[in-house]
Design a binder for this molecule. Structure first.
Ligand code: COA
Length: 475
């Protein structure tokens, strides 16, 4: 009996020793990896040389036209492996839209699909679906912006995707969120109209206007990208994917937030910073179009500069920011306005804004927009020259930061594009040319999806991938 007890105590001792050693080992490993505060060790590699923010993230890119491709292009710039699935023969419809160089993918396509790989697949064929399902199992995120219901009609319902890969994030752009318009197809300008941008853009006595900035398409793509990285972050904790929806109406409305602000302010009286207030024009019951009035609390308008008669962009945006009002008075040669009761304080100026800006314009018309910019900036007066696309394309500082980049394409040669506008100091974005249609079909089937040569032969013989061109030697 005593022997038995002895044995038991000895084995207990052994077990506790073992546990202690294991604990020490774990601590040692943690200490090796950790930074002393539980955080991972700081990289020994130089800034920008330790990979990219989204390295290792695989995206099944089922997007087309502009909104979805904007999102996946951003993710690709941050290092995600973006595999664009396109219909054999035609691919993304924009490849052939607004073509400028015969036989080459359009700028519409190339400027929205950098850093991606292209595989052609007929998703409506049996073999095509087999490949798609393998992609679903392999990738982290599926991004799509088909018309409502199209993904379900293909057989890729959320339930099916989730069953195949519970970690997959399914991200969609749709025109509208759930509600009366959820089944509608939507393009950029439809979203601008439905999201409140058009009713608040233009002059109060003119028709609604859409803006050149693609706030419906590219704006919603940006919103979606944020949803995706947030879902990826949450997945670290939950281990499961989720659905991400960015509707274009919601995205535009989010960007028009200040106009909904004004809608509510209207209930408490006229919007005094709007030019129409100074002109004595009554307000209706909805936020009016504000012309070029500033959207903030500081009155601002677009003024003519030297050369405006012939140059459509010889204008400057001028803001009469209250703290620099006295400097503005000196600059335009009206020093007495600094103390005059009609001009000295912002509320007194509000009903006289038209006349005040006319006087400032007399001054700006004597100078080029760049001279106005230089003189005002030296005095901390906020102004903005109206820059043309030509001027932006030629601006050296934008080239220097990689916001404007020159890209080489095997079929169209060199072209300009807008690079990643979001700069990360430790995740450097290189802009690589867009893929040719189906350029990476073989590579993806073999290296990413690990199909055997026999399976690949079957898939190809079925016509599911169409004809893929050989990769070009130009790069
Ligand atoms: N193989 C086979 N079929 C494919 C395919 C592939 N690889 N890729 C797409 N298709 C099919 C779809 O399954 C769909 O078929 P179905 O209608 O029979 O189900 C069809 O192609 C067309 O898709 P759809 O999205 O309806 O294209 P569209 O050109 O008619 O509409 C939009 C374009 C942009 C109006 C629409 O996609 C949409 O409203 N998208 C959501 C909002 C959006 O992103 N708009 C902005 C675009 S910049």
């Amino acid at each position: 009996m005593a022997k038995k007890k002895d044995k038991k105590a000895k084995s207990k001792d052994k077990a506790s020793k073992k546990a202690k050693t294991a604990k020490k080992l774990v601590l040692k490993v943690v200490a090796k990896k950790a930074n002393g505060n539980g955080l991972p060790k700081v990289s020994k590699k130089a800034w920008g040389e330790d990979g990219k923010a989204l390295d290792g993230v695989k995206i099944l890119d089922f997007t087309h036209v502009q909104s979805g491709p904007t999102c996946t292009q951003l993710l690709a710039w941050f290092g995600a492996d973006v595999i664009k699935v396109e219909r054999p023969g035609t691919g993304d419809i924009t490849r052939g839209q607004l073509m400028d160089v015969p036989g080459a993918d359009s700028l519409y396509f190339t400027m929205l699909n950098h850093n991606k790989r292209s595989i052609t697949l007929d998703s409506k064929s049996k073999e095509g679906m087999k490949v798609l399902e393998r992609l679903v199992k392999t990738c982290d995120v599926l991004v799509e912006n088909f018309a409502p219901g199209a993904l379900d009609r293909m057989g890729l319902t959320w339930e099916h995707i989730h069953a195949l890969n519970p970690r997959m994030i399914v991200a969609s752009v749709k025109g509208f969120g759930p509600g009366p318009y959820e089944d509608c197809k939507v393009y950029e300008n439809v979203a601008q109209c439905a999201g409140g941008a058009a009713s608040t853009t233009g002059f109060h006595d003119g028709i609604p206007l859409v803006t050149g900035a693609q706030i419906g398409d590219s704006g919603t793509g940006l919103h979606l990208a944020l949803g995706i990285v947030s879902a990826l972050y949450q997945r670290k904790r939950t281990g499961r994917g989720q659905r991400v929806l960015a509707s274009m109406q919601d995205g535009v409305l989010n960007l028009c937030r200040v106009k909904l602000r004004d809608q509510q302010r209207l209930a408490h009286g006229p919007l005094k910073e709007y030019t129409q207030y100074g002109e004595g024009i009554p307000f209706g019951d909805a936020t009016p179009r504000a012309g070029n009035d500033s959207g903030g609390g500081q009155p601002g308008v677009i003024l003519k500069c030297k050369g405006w008669e012939t140059d459509p962009n010889a204008y400057i945006y001028f803001i009469t920011q209250a703290p620099v009002w006295e400097k503005i008075c000196d600059l335009i040669g009206e020093p007495e306005w600094k103390t005059h009761p009609d001009y000295a304080k912002p509320p007194a100026r509000l009903p006289r804004l038209k006349a005040i800006f006319e006087r400032i314009e007399q001054w700006t018309m004597t100078k080029s927009k760049f001279d106005v910019m230089n003189e005002c900036n030296a005095l901390d007066i906020p102004v903005g020259p109206i820059l043309s696309m030509k001027e932006l394309a030629e601006e050296p500082s934008l080239r220097h930061t990689g916001t404007i980049v020159e890209v080489d394409h095997p079929k169209r040669g060199k072209y300009l594009s807008v690079g990643n506008p979001i700069k990360l100091s430790d995740s450097i974005s290189e802009v690589k040319r867009s893929p040719l249609l189906g350029e990476h079909t073989d590579e993806i089937l073999t290296k990413v999806l690990k199909f055997t040569p026999r399976e690949i032969a079957e898939i190809k013989a079925s016509g599911a991938t169409g004809e893929a061109p050989k990769a070009q030697a130009a790069e």
